[in-house]
Design a protein around this ligand. Structure first.
Ligand code: GLN
Length: 297
């Protein structure tokens, strides 16, 4: 590569992203620049006329090229922030979304108003572990367990919990498999395994139609983390009934849902023995979280 300045390199990268139709080329160019060149927005003003480090410049351009093919920025950077914590992300694991913070807020809010000494929280379909880690960090006395099935996601989950909240317990298994509940039956020989205070989940919820027309970036993410069956509701139906077995009376079930699924998921909760059902909207004013509490038997 011929010698170019930091300023020229930045403009080149921004131009590449712009031409590829990226929504926020300037922001993303700054992210790549900061990560690879070690130069943030402010220092670029000072170092704009300096010659760019050739090796790093080559790496920055190669990342920008990958970004132009649609690969998510978060995968290229290898890390992303959620609820003020940093999470390792990459191929094989769903990228934490800002809207999911509303699910975390809902659970924190639930326990704020109650005097539960050491709440037991179970995060199903944990993926990167962002929900489990955010909850453990904000409800320090909670006993949090993260369940995940995917072998590809597991290394991210392990590393993210090690970094952010090492006390969270990890279970590997399929949320749709009733035998997973044996983990609780075995632990508590008294038979009182209905001790979970909160089940939280951001399960796969895209419909078959949505799966067939994914946004380019989303198509790089694992289908298993997105595909919720024909109508996108497969996981809600199973989780609401199957895992209710270990949820205590008055315990919270809190789901993230697709923005068009609020009513359908409320209905599932209503028919599966939950009350106090609420739909909570996301930052864009669309349905995003559905929660309810288990009715007493
Ligand atoms: N929020 C993701 C999306 O719309 C879907 C995540 C999920 O299925 N849980 O891309």
């Amino acid at each position: 590569m011929t010698q170019i300045t930091n300023g020229e390199l930045f403009e080149n990268i921004k131009g590449m992203l712009c031409n590829s139709g990226t929504d926020t080329p300037e922001f993303e160019a700054y992210c790549i620049f900061e990560d690879i060149m070690g130069i943030d927005r402010t220092s670029l003003m000072l170092k704009g006329t300096e010659i760019a480090d050739a090796e790093r410049a080559e790496k920055a351009v190669s990342l920008a090229k990958r970004r132009c093919t649609g690969e998510p920025l978060q995968y290229l950077l290898g890390e992303w922030e959620f609820y003020g914590l940093r999470f390792k992300v990459g191929k094989g694991v769903l990228i934490p979304r800002p809207d999911t913070e509303i699910l975390v807020d809902t659970v924190i809010e639930f326990f704020r108003g109650r005097n539960v000494k050491e709440p037991e929280i179970l995060d199903l379909c944990s993926g990167s572990g962002c929900i489990a880690a955010a909850l453990k960090n904000n409800i320090p006395f909670a006993k949090v367990t993260a369940l995940e099935y995917s072998t590809e996601a597991m290394p991210y989950l392990v590393e993210n919990l090690r970094r952010n909240s090492p006390d969270v317990k990890i279970l590997k298994g399929d949320v749709m498999d009733g035998r997973m509940l044996d983990n609780y039956r075995i632990e508590d020989s008294e038979g009182d395994y209905r001790r979970i205070d909160c089940i939280v989940s951001n399960p796969p919820y895209l419909t078959a139609e949505e799966m067939s027309s994914l946004q380019k970036e989303v198509s790089f993410e694992p289908a298993a983390a997105l595909d919720g069956g024909a109508d996108g509701l497969k996981f809600y139906r199973v989780i609401a009934v199957l895992w209710k077995e270990i949820l205590c009376d008055g315990g919270l079930l809190a789901f993230e849902t697709g923005w068009e699924q609020g009513a359908a998921v409320s209905d599932i909760l209503n028919r599966s023995g939950y009350e106090n059902i609420r739909i909570i909207k996301d930052y864009g004013g669309r349905d995003r979280v559905v929660c309810g509490t288990r009715c007493a038997d």
